[in-house]
Design a protein around this ligand. Structure first.
Ligand SMILES: Cc1ncc(COP(=O)(O)O)c(C=O)c1O
Length: 416
């Protein structure tokens, strides 16, 4: 079809509507990240590009609180970071222990199974976290090579305490992989102090960026396991190339050894770096570190507490074990008689505010509201509560008008 004969919407540039993204992610991007992503490209091995890659590694070492040399980006959404870690660490037949306390624990199970691993689950009731003692029992019973878990599972809003689990894994000589996609930046994450072997994350939650880049960090044990499986593609091998003794990693794109050869001094060609995502990821780290890790976590904690106080004051009931709730997402039971999806739709279309539904057993039962990254702000919290109040009133929910924002303001006042 001739371009001019196409419908007008196809011929026009897509301009997204203004939205305040207060769901469980993605969230509204920090404009500084968008600006960084709009810079012109440079060549893949341009010295300015490789310098930017090295700087990004250094910045993410700080973000992850680690001295791990191998701290770099996977060009993918967060699940690609998970997949890269698991497929590079696991050989078919390896045993893996996975506590599952939400949708993203199930995702780890699925990916580990696809890696050919023998997966052993610890099923935890949704809305709770896993007692480290259960993990120690599981390690003794199963003797796994790897424990894999999620720090902040957005599906249930729970944040798994990790320090004891890292120690237990270390004592038993077991690797510990953690998906901290949704928790990093908004909740404490100490990769070295907590002895985590491999961690992958994403930008689209508390790091204030878009999805599409997955920062990872690997400690020495993880690197050794990956290096044993060293492989370099035919056509780019150097004269001194010696293949690793271990089984070749089943994925080409997610072969962490090959990606390390690209980020490391070898600079062996792998994929074409997603340059604009690199610029964005670098800016995300810079924004976080400029404000200060502890201050950013405290900002998320306060935003989450103010939101939760406002929701309770609106006669709503919070979901899950509040002692272990992520700072950056609050779950609430949808009140009886209120149509959950219709209310979310009104929030979006009448007020331009997105809040989250939920998955699987919780679908239609809870809403999830995020206060993350760029949106972990007082005005965003108050605006969301004020608009939600109107939607709830129209849906027939009984509440005391103004009580929600008043409670949130009071919470902010206590911490001023
Ligand atoms: C804890 C967790 N892990 C993994 C993912 C998957 O991330 P992505 O959609 O960027 O692949 C998400 C997304 O919400 C998440 O919350």
């Amino acid at each position: 079809m001739n371009f001019n004969d196409m419908p007008l919407n196809l011929r026009s540039t897509f301009v997204p509507p203004a939205r305040l993204l207060m769901g469980p992610g993605p969230i509204t991007c920090d404009p500084r990240v968008l600006r960084a992503m709009s810079y012109q490209l440079v060549g893949q091995f341009d010295p300015s590009m490789t310098a930017c890659m090295n700087e990004t590694m250094a910045l993410y070492r700080e973000v992850f609180c680690t001295s791990n040399e191998w701290t770099f980006l996977i060009d993918s959404t967060s699940r690609g970071g998970i997949e890269a870690c698991l497929i590079s660490l696991l050989v078919p037949g390896d045993k893996v222990l996975i506590p599952v306390f939400g949708r993203f624990g199930h995702l780890l199970v699925e990916i580990a199974e696809r890696c050919g691993a023998e997966v052993h689950k610890i099923d935890i009731a949704w809305g709770e976290v896993c007692d480290p003692a259960l993990i120690e029992l599981g390690i003794k019973a199963v003797q796994p090579k790897l424990v894999a878990l999620v720090q902040g599972d957005t599906s249930t809003t729970m944040c798994q305490p990790l320090a004891d689990i890292g120690r237990i894994c270390k004592e038993h000589g077991v690797l510990l992989y953690c998906d901290a996609t949704a928790s990093i930046g908004g909740n404490e994450l100490q990769v070295d102090a907590w002895q985590l072997s491999a961690v992958s994350v994403g930008l689209q939650k508390c790091l204030s960026g878009p999805s599409g880049s997955a920062p990872v960090t690997l400690n020495n044990e993880a690197v050794t396991a990956i290096r044993k499986r060293k492989h370099v593609e035919a056509g780019i091998r150097t004269a001194d190339y010696v293949a690793g003794q271990g089984q070749r990693i089943a994925s080409n794109y997610f072969d962490l050894g090959m990606i390390m050869d690209y980020w490391g001094k070898e600079r062996l060609n792998h994929h074409t770096e997603a340059t604009s995502m690199l610029f964005g990821a670098r800016e995300c780290a810079r924004i976080l570190l400029e404000e200060g890790q502890d201050i950013v976590v405290a900002r998320h904690k306060l935003a989450g507490a103010a939101l939760a106080a406002g929701l309770v004051a609106m006669n709503l009931q919070l979901y899950g074990d509040q002692a272990n709730r992520m700072h950056n997402v609050v779950g609430i039971w949808i009140p009886p008689g209120v149509a959950g999806d219709a209310l979310r739709s009104s929030m979006l279309l009448d007020y331009g505010i997105e809040i989250g539904t939920s998955f699987g057993p919780l679908h239609g039962k809870i809403w999830r509201i995020g206060t993350m990254g760029y949106n972990a702000r007082k005005d965003a919290v108050l605006m969301t509560l004020a608009c939600l109040e109107q939607c709830l009133l129209r849906a027939g929910h009984s509440l005391s008008p103004g009580a929600g924002t008043a409670a949130a303001l009071e919470c902010y006042g206590r911490h001023a």
